[in-house]
Design a binder for this molecule. Structure first.
Ligand code: GDP
Ligand code: MG
Length: 684
């Protein structure tokens, strides 16, 4: 520390501005007015003084003494304050209530207390007592200001005042003194207009003796009977020469005294840390106001309770301030999350906001009552976490959706082309999806919370399975369709051929074609189904469906080949082959001697025999008879009631009779034509 030009040293490591004060630093405030009301502006004023955020890094000093003993003058000289000084020409009391200034270039709050001549003027001593309480509860140093000629006047106003101070102090700090130094206060006696005839040491001895007398005369509570004055107070004495008669000397002594308030390195430094009341600067206003309220309502001033109240109030305020900024920060990501976005690095952001809020809280609140500070910190933490929790849950939901979409895309990409293994595609896509979700969830998860993401992952898994299942079903369906198409193609020609030939074992041939083609189709299905990870049940269903559809395809083929015109054509061809061609396949030319009637009847009967053959699917070899397995309900085919035995019937009885009569008409035409051809050959 380098001394300043004016000899003033900064109070704390150059922390406080000395010459270049901010505009508010010279302002003063009436903390308690003539009506004994406490100001509402102290917090703002402390802020303007630039002391709000200094923590414990400040001091409080107050002055006591009779009216017009130069108290305000002393403070102004010592601390560079701007308290009103009595105008010589008017000689009236200037200080009303309690005023406060910030020491110039020092982190000191200076209190100028109304003169205490109340008892001499016969006024009530109420204010004297209250201001003593108030000052002791907050000040480190209490300046007792008195004229030299007042020293030794045991009955004088000052002694009455000191008695009050001691009493009040016992009430405030009596018990606390047992616990250590907290609550200790320095009484600095400043003897004014010291002429020098009586040395300071003598004055000091007189005063000390008087103080001891007062202390002993005090009615102390039983448990504090043997407490000494020195258990609570340190005493210091100084004298100042006459301000007007020895102006220069006055000034230099004042500067010397000032240094004792400023220079921490000095042995006689006055603001010893033991005197500090440990109220953080940002809580001073609230604390003082509460003290004053207690004092005013004549309640017992229990300082520990006051400190706890202060802590509750301030920790709440500090917590709210920390939350306000935190809320702004967290709000910034609320909308994107609600809009369904996945916020990149959300966990990092949240951790950051949370740390910032806690750091802010800790910085200011940790100076207060530890129990309260910790309790409120836990509350704050809970609020922070519960504010962030919806973001976390939203992020999970959004990631869930995003991962599912990505999974679907991955599946589609993987199933492009023919050469893929469905199970592999699903497996890869699922792994990717779960990894992605899990990584995102872990990033967003805050430590020391009861948050979890495993449930959401479980939901995602379920949906992934559903999608995979649906995909597999679709793919299986496609595959079955393909197999069905191939099946149709494969049976077409052999069935046509067999039905055209209409040999007695026609149905045996049709059915064995059907059987062998179906067997091939089924084994094709089973090979492919393996890569789809189909379940046994799905396989059973798919095969049943395949069989039914194969059967229906066969039936459709048969229907096509036995439609009216087609079957009549077949019958006609069959008949013609027998009636119009001989056994060697040579067309017949009828002659009169030929047995046209016999040939006609034979060919007709043989052809008519075919109708019952076509009318029902009935193989000669009964082992070839086909039955469909009763199928489980299945999505591959809409299974309305399906009457398999009915599908074996190709023509009903009526239909058969109708075909017989229609065929007879065709055959009769051939007969007439044959007859005619012989008649014409005779006529020639
Ligand atoms: P307060 O009422 O105790 O605050 O006293 P003031 O500071 O207002 O001063 C009261 C009067 O005493 C004023 O006229 C001052 O000029 C005068 N005064 C201040 N300091 C001294 C001093 O050291 N000696 C003398 N004799 N008068 C002083
Ligand atoms: Mg004054």
């Amino acid at each position: 520390d380098t001394p300043q030009a004016n000899g003033i040293r900064p109070a704390v490591n150059g922390h406080f501005p000395s010459n270049s004060e901010s505009s508010g630093s010279s302002e003063r405030i009436q903390v308690i007015n003539d009506e004994k009301n406490f100001t509402q502006d102290l917090t703002a004023q402390i802020q303007r003084w630039g002391l709000r955020d200094v923590g414990f890094n400040y001091n409080i000093v107050a002055v006591f003494g009779s009216q017009s003993t130069g108290k305000s003058t002393l403070l102004n000289r010592l601390f560079g304050t701007t308290f009103d000084v009595m105008d010589e020409s008017k000689r009236q009391q200037t200080t009303k209530g309690i005023w406060m200034c910030r020491g110039k270039g020092m982190g000191v709050m200076v209190m100028d207390v109304e003169g205490t001549d109340g008892r001499e003027r016969g006024e009530d001593q109420d204010f004297e007592r209250k201001s003593a309480l108030f000052s002791l509860a907050s000040s480190e140093v209490l300046i007792i200001n008195l004229w030299e000629h007042q020293v030794g006047l045991y009955q004088g106003a000052n002694m009455g005042l000191l008695k009050t101070v001691f009493e009040v102090n016992l009430g405030l700090f009596g018990k606390k003194a047992q616990e250590g130094t907290s609550g200790r206060t320095l009484l600095l006696f400043v003897i004014r207009d010291h002429i020098g005839v009586t040395p300071l040491a003598n004055l000091q001895a007189t005063l000390t003796a008087d103080l001891t007398k007062i202390w002993e005369s005090l009615a102390k509570p039983q448990e504090l009977q043997d407490r000494q004055l020195s258990d609570y107070f340190d005493l210091a004495f100084t004298a100042l020469p006459h301000k007007i008669l020895a102006a220069d000397q006055f000034e230099s002594e004042i500067q010397q005294l000032r240094r004792r308030f400023v220079d921490k390195e000095r042995d006689d430094y006055l603001f010893k840390s033991a005197y500090h009341k440990r109220i953080p600067a940002d809580g001073v206003a609230f604390y003082m106001e509460n003290i004053w309220e207690q004092v005013q309502t004549n309640k017992d001033l229990d300082l520990p309770t006051q400190q706890e109240l202060l802590a509750q109030f301030r920790c709440d305020e500090i917590s709210s301030a920390a939350q306000a900024e935190f809320n702004e920060q967290s709000k910034s990501q609320r909308r994107p999350i609600e809009a369904g976005r996945v916020v990149e690095g959300l966990g990092g952001l949240m951790r950051n906001w949370k740390t910032q809020a806690l750091t802010r809280y800790d910085r200011d609140a940790s100076r207060y009552h530890q129990g309260v500070y910790k309790r409120k910190r836990a509350d704050l933490l809970a609020v922070l976490d519960s504010t962030l929790s919806p973001l976390f849950l939203g992020q999970l939901k959004n990631m869930h959706k995003l991962c599912l979409v990505a999974f679907k895309k991955e599946m589609l990409d993987g199933m492009r082309g023919d050469e893929y293994n469905f199970a592999d595609v699903v497996g890869k896509a699922r792994d990717k999806c779960e990894t992605r979700f899990t990584e995102g969830a872990k990033e967003a998860l805050l430590e020391d919370t009861d948050w979890t993401w495993e449930d959401e992952l479980e939901l995602l898994r379920e949906e992934v399975n559903n999608v995979a299942d649906q995909c597999r079903k679709d793919e299986t369906k496609k595959m079955v369709n393909l197999i069905e198409r191939n099946f149709k193609r494969q049976i077409s020609e052999p069935v046509d051929l067999s039905l055209n030939k209409a040999s007695p074992d026609m149905w045996d041939k049709v059915l064995s074609t059907f059987r062998s083609t179906l067997d091939k189709a089924e084994s094709t299905y089973l090979v492919k189904a393996k890569s789809f990870n189909c379940t046994d049940e799905e396989n059973t269903t798919a095969i049943a469906s395949l069989r039914k559809r194969a059967w229906l395809a066969l039936r459709a083929k048969i229907d096509e080949q036995t439609a009216d015109t087609v079957i009549l054509g077949k019958l006609r061809a069959h008949f013609e082959e027998r009636f119009r061609y001989d056994d060697h396949g040579v067309p017949r030319v009828w002659r009169p001697e030929d047995d046209i009637d016999g040939a006609f009847k034979k060919a007709k009967d043989q052809t008519l025999d075919l109708i019952p053959r076509y009318s029902k699917i009935a193989p000669l070899d009964s082992s070839l008879e086909y039955t469909l397995p009763s199928e489980p309900s299945d999505s591959l085919s809409s299974s309305e009631d399906f009457d398999f035995p009915a599908t074996l019937i190709i023509f009903s009885e009526t239909k058969s009779l109708d075909l017989v009569s229609r065929f007879r008409r065709d055959a009769d035409a051939y007969y007439v034509e044959a007859k005619r051809s012989t008649v014409s050959s005779i006529a020639q």
